[in-house]
Write a protein that binds this ligand. Structure first.
Ligand code: IMP
Ligand code: MG
Length: 181
């Protein structure tokens, strides 16, 4: 019995993810040439993506982490966002690049964006691996986006369902009987 058995279909393979992460890293390297951005990893979902992405950014980056409340055991966003762990360092005057796993309604990111802007960074950009574009409730500009995906609950490569499946090397859709959906 493996956790991969709970997956109905693989949406993005390990190879597809690898290629996209390298592409995003190269783009960020070119765009931020001559600067040393602060990469903010949004825990826990973006941990795997961030750790792979920064290895493709050929710049002197700083890395910081922020944890915010998400769905908990639910599969829908409440819109209520809480900071569980704040940044270690000030981002005032710095070029900030926020790395997120997935943008769904956009409510979490909207809150984050406003919160970070109030800290007066020199610039603020967003990089998300996945974009469930059809689910958007508010307008959000993604500066870097890996894949636009359909409206299905996905797990793997950092993304969880009830804290499980983050360690799958690919991104897949769970069998409906797993979450009773
Ligand atoms: P939003 O506020 O609706 O945009 O929700 C964003 C957050 O919800 C993400 O950072 C994820 O933690 C979580 N999330 C949204 N969709 C999924 C999914 O399909 N699988 C796992 N987590 C998800
Ligand atoms: Mg998340």
């Amino acid at each position: 019995m493996s956790i991969a058995d709970d997956v109905k279909k693989i949406l993005l393979s390990e190879e597809q993810i690898k290629a996209k992460v390298a592409e995003l890293g190269a783009k960020i390297t070119a765009d931020y040439a001559g600067r040393s951005p602060v990469i903010i990893c949004i825990l826990k979902g973006a941990a795997l993506f961030t750790s792979d992405l920064i290895r493709h950014i050929e710049l002197p980056v700083a890395v910081d982490f922020m944890a915010i409340s998400s769905y908990g055991m639910e599969t829908k966003s409440s819109g209520v966002v809480r900071i569980l762990k704040d940044l270690d360092s000030s981002v005032e005057g710095r070029h900030v690049l926020v790395v997120e796993d997935i943008i769904d309604s956009g409510l979490t990111l909207k809150y984050l964006e406003e919160n970070l802007r109030s800290r007066r960074p020199a610039s603020l950009a967003i990089c998300a691996l996945l974009d469930k574009a059809t689910r958007r409730k508010i307008d959000i500009k993604l500066d870097y986006c890996g894949f636009v995906i359909p409206d299905e609950f996905v797990v793997g490569y950092g993304l969880d369902y009830a804290e499980k499946y983050r360690n799958l090397p690919f991104i897949g859709v769970l069998k409906p009987e797993i979450y009773g959906g």
